[in-house]
Design a protein. Sequence first.
Length: 273
Amino acid sequence: MSFDALQTSATGMLGATTKVSVVGNNIANVNSTAFKSGRVDFADLFYDLILSPGIGLNPQTESPLGKEFGDGVQVVSVTTNYNQGPPIQGLPLDLYINSPQSDFPAFFRVTDPDGNILYTRNGAFEPKAAGAQGQLRLEINNVSYPIDPPITLTGDPGGASVSRDGFVFEGNNPDPIGRIELSRFQNPDGLVQLGQTFYVPSGSSGDPIDGFPLEGDFIDTEILDNTLEGSNVNLTIELVDLIQASQMFQSSAQAFQTANEELTTTLDLFQQT
């Protein structure tokens, strides 16, 4: 059984290491705009059935309560917490997707330099070198990601505003120059994270559902301008999880050491006989 104990305790150390990695990433991104925290989900492994539960007529194969030994733990998934982060006061074109009652988060659409559509909750938009004043886009690490569909400002960006239903206005002009379109997915847990708060769909997430704020599938969703979405990381929870993961690793390591000592002693005894 010492071999089994070594393997079982090793799975505990591996699981704890994964949790520390995820928690560490959450803590590192506590100030990242629109960052979504991750969570490690564990499940027990298969059990070794030594004796089946039964009335005990055959003591070689049955016992009243049975006898099973677990093989340890496995990481079954690392899921993303899509609860919206807190609103933070921002610049005129900083946008916040507000839909606290929705189970399906909405996303902005942007295009990367290769023309691919990416999805993000980061609304730190600004005009940049296109048209008279600039096309509305994200600027991350000197790479531009224009909003989709394109919206181009022609005046002072400081005088721009965005209505709750996504219309973009400049100055006192009552006619909008464009409208923010949003997307959501039936299974957001199936989205693939690319980093920098960008996501792309997969077969698991399903195709995007597109629409405008306060209409149709987005009737519960509004846009707030002058506002950014903060990270939804809860430091208190993360620190508690970090302590639990550390204790899990230390306990599993102690179990591994004990099993190794027992195995060594057993082998020594066999060699002496």
